[in-house]
Ligand binder design. Structure first.
Ligand code: IPM
Ligand code: MG
Length: 350
């Protein structure tokens, strides 16, 4: 029995998670997958009501009682500090030690690519982003805050253990794909915190002779992802570089509406979420694109061994895009729930 924790969160989160659950139901019926879910009341509403962000009891329950967590989005204009989002989203990444952030990016329809003359075969990459270290740990502080002499510091942390385990994951993934791993860093400008990545890569590479490992400065990588996207297979970056390059990659294939992700502590914890945010400006309009959430559920199904179901959901999403049975961001005129209905029907007949 697959036990799934649902954290729809804020803004359009609940709308896209609702459709993702309908698709999960359709896939589980078609492919006979037993699953249960529990809805967590975590997000801005609860924070504004009770002051809770991620209470210990919820954290322990999430940590101990589920196979996978499915997240919508966090962020609400009524909480300008974004404190709840930080505690919940970054808190789960840290506290569950979800050190891999995997963001596959695949062009399914050339129409959605902003680059000239690119075919689906040209853009098929997977961003493997370190998800617990770098400048995301919160280590740092201010001196003389709010004075003209203020000093602000955010410390970039990289551990050799953190580099090694992420690179190992990335090498294994590259071995199952086209066998090219590109480490993107700024080791020229950040020799200590990014140099450690290059040394870790050089030491690990001989263990994976089937993989071609190379390094690129992240600024050059950003340029080449636009000019030569076909060169990229697995892209590895620290938390900050990976964050930035994953949005760039998503833009090459149709935007964040099509970008799924998984945050993993492989074999122990797994959290799936669309890369997009809570988009408060379109809440309730039916414009929210549910495909990134649905594709995140496809990643979940695949990770838990339900390959046929994952393939069916993914093919249904591709079919929706190719037939323009989509929300307006991808050129269609369907509402959120209508896209869900289309995908469910495709999956049911897969
Ligand atoms: C992401 C987001 C987050 C991040 C923000 C919301 C803190 O951009 O998941 O990519 O930077 O990790
Ligand atoms: Mg981001």
């Amino acid at each position: 029995m697959l036990r799934i924790a649902l954290l729809p969160g804020d803004g359009i989160g609940p709308e896209v998670i609702h459709e993702a659950c309908r698709v999960l139901t359709a896939a589980s019926t078609r492919f006979d997958i037993p699953w249960t879910s529990e809805l967590f009341d975590l997000g801005a509403e609860r924070y504004l009501r009770t002051g809770d962000t991620l209470p210990e009891a919820d954290f322990i329950h999430l940590r101990d009682d589920f196979d996978a967590i499915v997240v919508g989005a966090f962020g609400d204009p009524r909480v300008p500090s974004n404190l709840h989002a930080k505690d919940i989203l970054l808190g789960l990444r840290q506290r569950l030690d979800l050190y891999v952030n995997l963001r596959p990016v695949q062009l399914v329809d050339a129409r959605l690519c902003p680059l000239k003359d690119r075919a689906p075969a040209d853009i098929d990459m997977a961003i493997v982003r370190e998800n617990t270290e770098s400048v995301y740990t919160g280590i740092g502080g201010h001196l003389r805050k709010d004075t003209p002499h203020e000093v602000a510091q955010s410390v970039m942390i990289h551990t050799r253990m953190g580099c090694d385990r992420l690179l190992r994951y990335a090498f294994e993934l590259a071995g199952q794909r086209r066998g090219v791993l590109t480490l993107c860093d700024k080791a020229n400008a950040i020799p200590h915190a990014h140099g450690i990545w290059r040394r870790a890569l050089a030491e690990l590479a001989p263990q994976f002779p089937e993989v071609t490992a190379r390094t690129l400065y992240a600024d050059v990588a950003a340029m080449r992802m636009v000019t030569h996207p076909q060169e990229f297979d697995v892209i590895v970056g620290d938390n900050l570089i990976g964050d930035i390059l994953s949005d760039l990659a998503a833009a090459l294939v149709g935007g964040l509406g099509l970008a799924p992700s998984a945050s993993l502590r492989p074999g122990v914890h797994a959290l799936y979420e669309p890369v997009h945010g809570s988009a408060p400006d379109i809440v309730g309009t039916g414009k929210a694109n549910p495909l990134a959430a649905i594709l995140s559920v496809a990643m979940l199904l695949r990770d838990f061994g339900h390959v046929d179901a994952a393939d069916a959901v993914q093919s249904a999403c591709t079919a929706a895009v190719l037939a323009t049975e989509t929300t307006p961001d991808l050129g269609g005129n369907l509402a959120t729930a209508e896209v869900g209905t289309y995908i469910c029907a495709q999956v049911a007949h897969a």
